[in-house]
Structure formats: C-alpha cells, structure tokens
Design a protein around this ligand. Structure first.
Ligand code: V47
Length: 363
C-alpha cells in the first residue's frame, strides 16, 4: 500500500482534499504517482486541450516603494535604472502587440509614488479607445490597494473607475505567499495576504475576473504552500472569480534573498512538477485552469508540466522584465507556432484562447 492511498481514495470518491492531504502530497517522494493522479484529474475535468493566449506584457514602471526581497526588477526612486513609460510609449508597445496579433495586454508596474491616479485611468482609457477589442488585464491587487491608499478612495471605487476606463480583468500577481510570518520576511511592506484576497473578492463582485498566483521556492514551508492554495480555494467558493491559478517559480539572481545568503538556489525540477500537481489536486473543481508560466518554468519544464496537471501554458508574452531581472534565461517572446509545437509534441491539443478562456482557434 502506498502512503498516498488515503489521498487516492478521496480522489476516486470525488472528495475534496484537505490540509493534511496536501501535506502528505508535499512530503511524498513518489512524484510520478502524484503526477499521474494530477494528470488523471486534469483529463477528467478539462480534457486534452491546452490553452494559450496571444498576449503582450507591458511593465509601465519599475520604481517601487515596496522593495520585496525576492524582487530584482524594482528600483528605488532616483536610483539608476529606474523607468516610467509615458502613456504614448505604452501605446507604442500596444501598437506593436496589436500588429503581432495580441488579444490581451498584461499591464503591470510597481508602487510608484510619483504616478497620479489619472495616469492609471488615462492609460486604460486611451488603450481601450484605440483597441476596443483588446483585453486589458491590468494592475495587480497590490497596485489596486496602493491606489486606494494613496487617493483616499475605497478599493471598490478605484475598481469601478478603472473598469469604466476599460479595465477587463486583473492579473494574479502580488499573491506571493499568504502565511503572515513568511510574508513578513519576504515582502514586509506589501499588503497582507488577507488584504490581497479582499481586493480580489471586491473585483469579482464587480464582475472583474482575475487570476491568482503563488511564489514558491524561496523560504516558504510546505505548510505555507498548502495554506496558500486552500485560501484561494475558499475565496473561489464565494466568488467564482479566479480564472486561473499560476504557481510562480522563484528566480534568486540579483535579489536580496540571494545577496543576504538566505536563499542560495531556486526551486528544483522536482519542486516545479510537484507544485503544479498539488495545485491541480487541491483546486480541481474550483479553479480548473492551472497555468504553467513558461517564462519562469522554462520551456522544457512547462511542456512536461502539461503531464502533471497543467492545462494552460500562458502566452506569447512578447516582452518580459520581472523574471529576466532575476536571472531568467528563457526568451522574451514565444511565437505562437512554437507554443503549438510544444503542446502538440506533448500529445495534447493546442487551443488559442481569449483572456476569458473563450476559444479563438483549435489547432
Ligand atoms: O507578483 C517577482 C513574481 C509576479 C520574482 O496573471 C518573481 O496571468 C520569480 O504575477 N522570481 C509578477 N518570480 C508576475 C505575475 C504573472 C505572470 C504571468 C501571468 C500572470 C497572470 C501573472 O512575479 C510578482 C511576483 O510574485 N516575482 N520577483 C523572482 N525573482
């Protein structure tokens, strides 16, 4: 009898897995069995289609007051290397993306004290005016909470105004790891996990869908991981607003965590596949899209993750700065044909989707 038998029985009986089941999955070294279970559950729930989106990441600024210890992307105010794009520069990038067939702009920055609320609103309004059919998946829950704090508006008001300007959804960034103690060590000046979930709940209540992320492979414990995933599941039971869950693989280069000797190595391949599988097993039936983000996972691991519970590989991306600042070695752009090739080669059906998981084309 395998140590995972109690979990297998629950899965076979369609029962929801709990914290202890999650911990068992985190401690077992039987990765191929965990993967097979996740793959089986994935096939039953979402079938053999693998989704991707034609998108473009636009980072409008890197000047940030949050100074997270896992982040190599930010610069302090006045520091060399800091940048803020003008709205015209953002529009130029959008024009490029549009010409390349993007249907989604993923727009994320940082907590820049110099940027007024008008900038955020106008940026969306001008993009929406010029590209009315483009999804504007913009500003993380952290940026939304920051805008509320700095303008004196409540989160709901901020979201209503941004939605009116053209916002279609929120990306899942800023989730990091919810456990209070761990979060204080890796991002002491960021909003709490509870606040992050509150912002998401408010967005979902206004019909603004979002994604959810979790940063793993730094100083978190297995218990932190299970706790994080289960908190996402609890919120989802109330709101049904999370469209995808994306575990993000920590890249240590140039980060405080690495400079201070707290983290020497990033996660291993074993960790990457286990986290994808555990996410599928704990979230299945609640958040059915488990995304392997090829930029962070690496092209090869992302492809293999499709056999460990993932059914989404993100998108063409076009320009990425956050992972590359921290030593990411993947290209900044993946042509659609290459994504299709990776998916087909894994024995699965490539499907281009919209941000909201509507089918654009089955290949
Ligand atoms: O919140 C920061 C993470 C996130 C590092 O919603 C790092 O579809 C690894 O959220 N190593 C931003 N990760 C990216 C993000 C995202 C990406 C792709 C798709 C979606 C989506 C969202 O990147 C941050 C943080 O958790 N991050 N530094 C690093 N050194």
């Amino acid at each position: 009898m395998d140590e995972l038998s109690p979990v297998i029985e629950k899965i076979e009986g369609g029962e929801e897995l709990d914290f202890d089941d999650g911990m068992l999955l985190m401690s077992s070294k039987n990765l191929s069995l965990i993967g097979a279970l996740a793959n089986h559950v994935r096939k039953k729930t979402v079938g053999d289609r693998v989704m991707f989106v034609s998108n473009c990441h636009i980072n409008y600024t890197n000047v940030c007051s949050s100074k997270c210890k896992f982040c190599a992307y930010f610069r302090e105010e006045g520091q060399k290397g800091g940048f803020t794009l003008t709205i015209d520069e953002v529009l130029e990038k959008a024009e490029n993306a549009s010409k390349m067939g993007a249907t989604e702009l993923h727009i994320v920055g940082s907590l820049n004290p110099k940027l007024p609320f008008d900038y955020y609103e106008e940026l969306l309004a001008r993009l929406h005016e010029k590209y009315p059919s483009m999804s504007l998946k913009a500003y993380t829950a952290v940026e939304i909470a920051y805008l509320a704090e700095t303008t004196g508006m409540i989160v709901r008001e901020v979201l209503i105004r941004l939605k009116k300007a053209g916002l279609t959804g929120l990306p899942g960034g800023g989730g990091e790891i919810f456990n209070e103690e761990t979060r204080k060590k890796v991002c002491p000046d960021k909003i709490s996990g509870e606040r992050w979930l509150e912002v998401m709940e408010t967005a979902h209540g206004l019909g603004i869908k979002s994604n959810a992320t979790m940063l793993y492979g730094h100083i978190e414990t297995p218990g932190d991981i299970i706790d994080h995933i289960l908190r996402i599941r609890e919120t989802q039971k109330k709101t049904h607003g999370f469209q995808a869950f994306i575990p993000l693989k920590f890249h240590p280069d140039n980060t405080e965590l690495q400079k201070n000797g707290i983290v020497r190595f990033g996660p291993t391949g074993f960790d990457d596949l286990r986290i994808i599988a555990v996410s599928r097993l704990l979230l299945n039936g609640y958040v059915n899209n488990i995304k392997t983000y090829w930029v962070m996972a690496g092209e090869k691991m992302a492809q293999i993750a499709l056999h460990y519970g993932a059914n989404d590989i993100d998108g063409t991306v076009m320009e990425e700065r956050i992972t590359h600042a921290a030593g990411g070695a993947t290209p900044e752009y993946m042509p659609k044909e290459r994504l299709i090739h990776l998916i087909r080669n894994a024995g699965r059906i490539p499907v281009e989707r919209t941000t909201n998981y509507e089918v654009v084309k089955v290949y």
